[in-house]
Ligand binder design. Sequence first.
Ligand code: FES
Ligand SMILES: [Fe+2]
Length: 320
Amino acid sequence: MALSREVGAKPHGVKVAGVPVVLWRGREGLKAFLDRCPHRNYPLSEGRVEDGRLVCPYHGWSFTGDGACAGVPGCGSGDLSRLKAEIVAVAQWQGMIFVSLKPQTAFADGLPDMPQGDDYDHFWWAMKPQRARVFDALDNVLDPFHTNFIHDGLIRVSHRRQTVEQTIETFENGFEATYIQNTDYGWMSRALEGRRARSRGRYIPPVAFQGRWEGPERLNLCTTIWFVPQDAHTIRPMARFTTLKSRGPAWLKEAAIRLFLVKVIEQDAQALTKLHDNIAAFGGPKFRAGPGDRLGDKLMRLYSGGKLVPERLGPYAMEL
Ligand code: FES
Ligand SMILES: [Fe+2]
């Protein structure tokens, strides 16, 4: 994934699960190729766009949006049909670019349900790449218990817990945990949210999470985060935030969310890097589920490509 504004007149290189991809805008709009020229494999992202064609900087071969080679400088005319750049599935949605290495990906079906309409403001946040495993990032964002420790004072307060009721709904391809509780005591929660009736955390395989914080009548805040794997050791979280229009000007809410969350993201990033490095030092993970870890096994099953039996679990009482 990349922000639409990251791909301007110049080609833009990204890594998708370890594979370099070049994004560029040609005559037919946004295109994505594997980031290697079919000639001598020079990175095409270091080239330029000229007359709506992507030009490799090594020998100047140029490519049209469908990958076809349109010219080989210095060689007159010949059969260029074998000299194709390799196309990657790409789609653009509301300011975000989605890339998939699987051919024929139907992006529209794969996008999570996100709040739309005139009542809401939205913004995207492309975070810094972090040394972390996708699984640990998903597990972290779905897990409420670490917030009393890692984010003590910001989200929850370790010495001031409240009783929370958790219910879990599983679907064949996902699950959602709902927490009935008042607003958390941490100062970020109080500043950003307003009165809370419940919050929800949903896993959308393979790499997305959605959190919803709801007041008594309506949604106050929603975030959908994709933990994009750049390679086996690096993730770049991309998040879309939605806030209620009635809660102030869009720029101010965006500034407030960024200001408060930067610290939280940093705290999680540090923890995730420690997990990553320790798991690597021991040659792989060895997890024990505690009494409150009701989501980890479901996450693991779906993340490894399995399915869940649809059911409703709980309510469970917990102190958060
Ligand atoms: S490597 Fe790209 S033109 Fe030769
Ligand atoms: Fe966290």
